[in-house]
Structure formats: structure tokens, C-alpha cells
Design a binder for this molecule. Structure first.
Ligand code: ZN
Length: 501
């Protein structure tokens, strides 16, 4: 009996309580609506800023020049799917890679450190032996040291389940880019994707997959769709997709391949047209990735960062490919960031850098706003709010032993070759194609920028010494011996004057 009476009492109390709560809510709404509209706008903005994504996707397209995308002003063809992503988020129109080729560039994206700090800059070579030298000496390092925090490791600590889909042999797990990923997929043939098992045998990804990069990429995109279907129920998901299609050789499939060139036409132009076909192919894949994300997670619940590791030269400055120079055609990469708390369809013209990607992702995904201690990049979330601030941009890491480095300050860009002790200076606002060298006209300006560049490089070199020292204090004897041999090689080069201190 007592339980029944108590039950009746509770039912009556709950009824009164519900009525009271309803009255309070209605009164609150009436007061809220009576507030000035500016306060309402502020409240909505404040609430939007706290919306965190359920899933984070980093999409890197290897070798993608920003200026071949229609959302970056290209008119020879359109890239409707990348444009669609741009309409959903913020497009950084002057994003710069900090390196000229894959391995150091991607390492910098994943760690927010410069290649010199990571030890991923090639050993310098005598100018007259520059191509042969690489074969003899190799690179200064191929490995991301385990004591350096990567994006995946930090995201994992933040509670994200991490997966990678990487079609690029230069980034396979032997290079240690897999740190922090729970699952790692890559194509071993143009149509076969396997999952790397950290406990099992590794099957090397070979050159055939590069020659058929578009097929490998399509296979990876299909795998990503299946994986996302299985993993979308997890509360926090982070995936990195790295596609290779625009990289040489340019073999766009139908319907994106250009018609054969007329007899006697310029082969260089045809090469560029085939590259355009690859860009249209990769745009098709981006559309499929966006469809997968929308179907399994929801675009409105996802933070998507789209970028490239470097561009590609088409004889803009006499060279073809990448890794040979630090001109705009190599360093200017797309960067589009779309997420639940970001303004759609916005463009920002300030210089930003690929090392800013990691702290931006951490900031927008709920991590510390300034990223992680020791990172060189800074979050772009504040820049999106304030707009217009121009940063200085430092880039380095050439292939074939070149020691050229570049620095953008204000509207000027300095390119400095340490071996040659030679500067070139460009006014990138008046001369965006970097054609007119102003170094002899403005020697004081060039010298001041060179001092800034050298001072930064000296600090980064010392940082790497510290990072390496900390790691090798705990490394095994074999690793330590390898490192000592490398150090002896560097000392010999210093003695010959090929490396500055
Ligand atoms: Zn690359």
C-alpha cells in the first residue's frame, strides 16, 4: 500500500513540476526574444564556435598546384567537386607548402615542424655533382623520429579512432609516417588495397602502383567508403587520405584524358594538358570522398581539410616536376577547411603555411587552441575570425642536394642558395610569377631578409640537434651507430664548406 500511495504522490508532483518547468521555459523564451538582436547574434555565434566535429578528415592530394583548380581561378577546366568543398568552408588563397617535395612536406603537415627540425633535408651536394651526389650520399634522414608527436598520435590521445589511406610509396610505414594510426591501408597493385598490420609482415608498395596511380587511388577511395561505413558509429573518427594521381607519369583515364596533340605541336603544352586531365580525375575522386563522408557521417558533422604537399613546375622557371625550386608553382598549394563552426564560402588572402594545419585541426576538433607545445604553426581559426593578417613564410627542403631556402615577409620573397651565397628577391604583389629579380636593386632589403632567414635556419638546426640528442639517449646501439656515421658525414661536408653552422 505504501508504495502505491508514494507512487500516486510522485505522479502528482511530477505533473506540477512539468507545468512549472514549462512556464519557466516559456518565460525564458519570451525574455530571450525581447533581447536586442545583436545579443542574439552573438549568442548564436558563440554557440556555433563550440560545435565540435564528430569526424576529422585530412585529404592530401600529392603534387597539386593550387592554380589548376577552378576555385583558385583556373579557367581551362573546372573542378566542381573541390569547388563544392570550397563553397562549404574557408579557402586560403595563398597557402604555401614549407617544402618542395613529398617526404619533408608531409612530415611537416603531420608534425607542425620544419623539415630541418625533423632532419628531413637532403645533405647538400657540390653544384657540379648535384644529381650524382644524391645516389652516393642519400638523404640526411628517411625516418620520423619516434619522439616527435604526430597528428595521429595527438588525435588518438584526444580520443579519436585513427585510420590512414595512403597511396604514396615515399610515405609507407618504413618511413614511420604511420605513427599513431590504428589502421593503415595502401594499394599493393593498382586494384588491390591491403591493410598494414603493425604486428605482421609488410608487403612493399612498388613503383607499378605509382605508374597507375589513378587506379590505385580509385581503389583506395572505394576502401575508404567501406571503412567509413563500418567505423562511422564510433564517436570520434580521424582519417588521412593521401592520393597520388597528379604525380608523374601523367596518364589521365577517359573521360579526363586530353585528345592527342596535333603533329608538330609543343610537347610541353601537351604535358601540361595531361596534368590538367589528372587534376580533373582527382576532382572526380574528391567528389566520391565527399559523398562517402556525407552518406556515412554527414558533411555538417565533419571537419574536412583539403590540401597538397607541393605543386608542379611546367617550365615556368625552366624546370619540370618538383623538388628543383621554391618558386610559386611548387609552393603554392590549395588549402580548404570546412567544418561545423566555420563560415561557408569564405576566402582568406593572408599567407598561411602547411605547418598551420595541425594546430588548426586540434583547435577546431577540441584540442588546445594553440596546438601543441613546440609546434611552429599556429591555429588558423583565429585568422578566420579576424582576416587580413599576413604571416612570414619560410620554405626549404629541395631534392638533389640543393641548399636553396625561401622567405616571404610582407610582399617580398627572398630565395637564398647557401652554397652559391646568392640571393634573389621578388616583389610578389607586383610580380606574382616571380620573374624580376630585385636583389641588385635593393641590396639592403635582400641582406636584411637573408639575415632573418639564416637566423631562423640556425635555430631550426639547433632544434633538430636537441630532438635527435633526446631520442638517441634512449636508442639502441645499432641506431646510435648509424646516427654517429651520419654525423661524421655531415662533419666532413662542413669541413668542405658545403654546410654552414
Ligand atoms: Zn609529393
Amino acid at each position: 500500500m505504501i508504495p502505491v500511495r508514494e507512487g500516486c504522490f510522485c505522479m502528482r508532483s511530477r505533473g506540477w513540476m512539468a507545468l512549472l518547468i514549462t512556464v519557466v521555459i516559456l518565460a525564458g523564451i519570451a525574455i530571450w526574444l525581447a533581447r536586442p538582436s545583436s545579443s542574439l547574434d552573438e549568442a548564436v555565434q558563440a554557440s556555433a564556435a563550440t560545435v565540435r566535429p564528430d569526424a576529422v578528415f585530412l585529404i592530401i592530394v600529392d603534387t597539386l598546384r593550387a592554380d589548376r583548380l577552378s576555385c583558385y581561378g583556373y579557367t581551362a577546366h573546372t573542378t566542381p567537386n573541390v569547388d563544392r568543398l570550397a563553397s562549404l568552408g574557408v579557402t586560403f588563397t595563398r597557402a604555401q607548402s614549407v617544402a618542395s617535395w613529398t617526404r619533408p612536406s608531409v612530415a611537416s603537415i603531420l608534425t607542425s615542424l620544419y623539415p630541418t627540425q625533423l632532419g628531413l633535408v637532403e645533405q647538400p651536394a657540390p653544384r657540379d655533382q648535384i644529381f650524382e651526389w644524391r645516389e652516393k650520399r642519400g638523404q640526411s634522414s628517411h625516418v620520423l623520429l619516434p619522439n616527435i608527436d604526430t597528428m595521429a598520435e595527438i588525435m588518438q590521445r584526444m580520443g579519436f579512432f585513427t585510420g590512414a589511406f595512403v597511396n604514396q610509396p615515399a610515405l609507407n610505414h618504413r618511413r614511420s609516417y604511420q605513427q599513431g594510426f590504428r589502421e593503415w591501408f595502401y594499394p599493393v597493385t593498382p586494384d588491390t588495397v591491403i591493410q598494414y598490420d603493425p604486428e605482421g609482415e609488410f608487403t612493399a608498395q612498388g613503383w607499378p602502383t605509382v605508374k597507375d596511380a589513378d587506379r590505385g587511388d580509385y581503389a583506395l577511395v572505394r576502401t575508404f567508403d567501406v571503412w567509413l561505413g563500418q567505423r562511422a558509429q564510433l564517436p570520434k573518427l580521424f582519417a588521412w587520405v593521401h592520393l597520388l594521381t597528379p604525380h608523374v607519369p601523367y596518364r589521365p583515364p577517359p573521360p579526363f584524358a586530353p585528345p592527342p596533340p596535333p603533329e608538330g605541336s609543343d610537347r610541353k603544352l601537351f604535358k601540361s594538358a595531361r596534368y590538367d586531365g589528372e587534376v580533373r580525375t582527382i576532382d572526380d575522386m574528391v567528389g566520391k570522398l565527399l559523398d562517402s563522408i556525407d552518406r556515412h557521417v554527414g558533411l555538417e558533422r565533419s571537419l574536412i581539410v583539403f590540401t597538397s604537399d607541393h605543386g608542379e613546375e611546367f617550365h615556368d622557371h625552366e624546370m619540370h616536376g618538383h623538388g628543383h625550386s621554391l618558386h610559386r608553382e611548387v609552393l603554392h598549394v590549395p588549402l580548404i577547411v570546412a567544418g561545423p563552426s566555420l563560415p561557408p564560402g569564405r576566402s582568406i588572402d593572408a599567407y598561411v603555411r602547411t605547418i598551420d594545419i595541425l594546430p588548426t585541426i586540434l583547435d577546431l576538433a577540441g584540442g588546445p587552441p594553440t596546438g601543441h607545445e613546440g609546434m611552429e604553426g599556429t591555429t588558423l581559426a583565429k585568422l578566420i575570425a579576424e582576416d587580413g593578417r599576413i604571416r612570414s613564410v619560410y620554405s626549404e627542403a629541395m631534392l638533389y642536394g640543393s641548399t636553396e631556402r625561401s622567405l616571404i615577409e610582407g610582399e617580398y620573397k627572398l630565395m637564398y642558395d647557401q652554397q652559391e651565397r646568392a640571393c634573389r628577391l621578388f616583389d610578389v604583389s607586383a610580380d606574382p610569377d616571380e620573374r624580376v629579380d630585385l636583389a641588385s636593386e635593393q641590396p639592403a632589403h635582400a641582406s636584411a631578409m637573408r639575415r632573418n632567414l639564416e637566423s631562423l635556419h640556425k635555430r631550426l638546426t639547433e632544434d633538430h640537434r636537441q630532438i635527435r640528442r633526446k631520442y638517441y639517449e634512449t636508442a639502441n646501439p645499432t641506431e646510435r651507430e648509424q646516427e654517429l656515421q651520419r654525423e661524421r658525414g655531415l662533419e666532413a661536408l662542413r669541413a668542405l664548406g658545403y654546410i654552414g653552422d
